[in-house]
Design a protein. Structure first.
Length: 158
């Protein structure tokens, strides 16, 4: 499918909309969990082993840094150029969408780990910090349509 055809534009719109809704949904989940943690931290508190708290913070750090590394490697120009050459514009759009969804899932997992920290410690500020990390990851992976169009046009025409 060539980047100028009508089907390509529809496919781009569909895949971009799906990725955008997914990222925005995880941002909303972030806010909802933060509000729940703020309002009900004392009622959610279930004391456990304190070493689990440190393990969750380390996991949040690794997931946050891993999201940046994953996006940089998956969106490397040479990799995208190879995908476009082998699979065409459809394969390129699928790769853009799948990578965005995977990184959004990592952001959602960070938010859930933050909520687990609230349950383990009873301090809502743990969720605030984890929600901040999650929001950074989700904003970083937000799919900008013009960037997707530009990448598809440049890489599919080669």
């Amino acid at each position: 499918m060539t980047p100028t055809s009508e089907g390509w534009s529809n496919e781009l719109s569909r895949r971009h909309r799906t990725a955008m809704i997914f990222v925005i949904g995880f941002l909303i989940l972030d806010i909802v969990l933060l509000v729940i943690a703020y309002l009900a931290a004392n009622r959610l508190f279930r004391p456990r082993d304190p070493s689990l708290t440190m393990a969750l913070w380390i996991a949040i750090l690794i997931f946050g840094l891993g999201a940046f590394v994953l996006r940089r490697t998956r969106f490397a120009p040479m990799r995208l150029k190879d995908i476009a050459a082998l699979k065409g514009a459809d394969g390129l759009l699928k790769t853009l969408q799948d990578t965005t969804l995977q990184i959004a899932c990592i952001g959602g997992a960070i938010a859930l780990m933050g909520f687990m920290l609230v349950i383990l410690n009873g301090d809502w500020t743990y969720m605030l910090r984890a929600a901040g990390v999650s929001a950074i990851v989700l904003i970083y992976c937000y799919p900008f349509r013009n960037a997707w169009e530009r990448a598809a046009r440049q890489l599919s025409s080669n």
